[in-house]
Design a protein around this ligand. Structure first.
Ligand code: GDP
Ligand code: CA
Length: 334
């Protein structure tokens, strides 16, 4: 049994941990391949940082901070404070001391000519996440956000000057509160799926879309040329789980992302964004939270079979039950 999942950071990692728990509970043998979003990646202070890959690696490897959901447990921020004392920008990124070691290994290896795939495999040697973790692409393709210049600068016609800032700056520094005109993934046209990605989609028995951010996590992976087509043509069922519950993200600011791309923040809105595979989209089934059960008919009217079940990842058992249900609706009785 081959399970392939697309994943962002926290939502994806937590779901994958539940999937592993379900497989362990049932004594089931399955290989899991995770295609991770690298659109959030950024160079900071000479370090290559891959937030979503690291969140998956640390979470599944037992080294993440449960409280924050990202970064290492028992983390300190001495280096960050020292950099700030030098007055070096950016100061808004949460660069932990332990975490820096990961970024140093990655940056050194990339500078030596290794690919991000190779480096990710090497880092996972230590963490043993129990999944094959692949970056969506080895090429740089970073999400930027077009906003009105926060300094208030005007262009020659007197209108607010528009600038593109890195997604991380918009998300962390501005907490997604600067109205965004659009997302631009710089480099996406030249990005290719990393080795193994298309095979993992074609050879899967089931493909899962965890409750990750549909725009800047899953949407970015889908934007890598070739990945959406591979999902549309695989014989495996594609099952998604809604990150939106009761008209709001469970955590984070996905509503700001959805608004930017003109999609309503609802389980129905996200279903429509992904679309039915029978109608040039990617979904064969969609799971929404039980509190959104009223939306089932409207989602099924889009051609997407839909069930309403508990979708809060409040603990490992609840998350394992979500994963079990996703496999069940896929018709995969593992
Ligand atoms: P990020 O890269 O760290 O932002 O993480 P992801 O993109 O993987 O996941 C973020 C999404 O996870 C957010 O949109 C949340 O709404 C969603 N999320 C977090 N916790 C839960 C939960 O318990 N249930 C559901 N359904 N979604 C969740
Ligand atoms: Ca992310």
């Amino acid at each position: 049994m081959q399970i392939t999942a697309l994943s962002g950071g926290i939502g994806g990692a937590r779901f994958l941990r539940g999937l592993q728990q379900h497989l362990a509970n049932e004594n089931l043998d399955a290989d899991i391949t995770v295609i991770g979003n690298t659109g959030d990646d950024i160079w900071i202070h000479g370090l290559r940082i891959c937030p979503d890959l690291d969140t998956v690696m640390y979470t599944l490897g037992g080294g993440s901070s449960e409280e924050r959901g990202w970064g290492r447990e028992g983390e300190t921020f001495n280096a960050k404070d020292e950099l700030a004392a030098y007055g070096v920008e950016p100061t808004w990124f949460g660069l932990g001391d332990k975490d820096i070691a990961t970024h140093l290994v990655r940056s050194t290896s990339l500078s030596a000519g290794y690919s991000l795939s190779d480096v990710t495999t090497a880092l996972c040697q230590r963490w043993q996440p129990g999944v094959r973790l692949l970056p969506m692409s080895n090429e740089r393709a970073e999400t930027h956000v077009v906003v009105d210049d926060p300094s208030g600068a005007l262009d020659s016609s007197g209108a607010p000057m528009r600038i593109a800032i890195h997604f991380q700056e918009w998300w962390i520094r501005y907490r997604a509160s600067l109205p965004a005109h659009e997302f631009v993934i710089v480099g996406i046209d030249d990005a290719r799926p990393a080795p193994g990605v298309l095979d993992a989609i074609a050879a899967a028995d089931v493909i899962l879309l965890p409750p990750s951010n549909p725009v800047v996590s899953i949407g970015t992976i889908l934007a890598v040329p070739g990945i959406r087509d591979a999902l549309r043509s695989t014989s495996a069922p594609v099952v998604g789980l809604s990150p939106i519950v009761g008209g709001a993200p469970v955590r984070g600011m996905a509503d700001a992302c959805l608004t930017t791309v003109g999609v309503e923040t609802s389980a129905l809105g996200v279903a429509g964004l992904y679309g039915a595979r029978t109608q040039s989209g990617i979904l064969d089934a969609w799971l929404i939270d039980e509190s959104d059960a009223h939306a089932v008919p409207a989602i099924e009217a889009l051609g997407i079979p839909c069930s309403a079940i508990p979708l809060m990842m409040s603990d490992l058992d609840a998350t394992a039950a979500m994963a079990a249900q996703a496999l069940r609706v896929a018709g995969t009785h593992v």
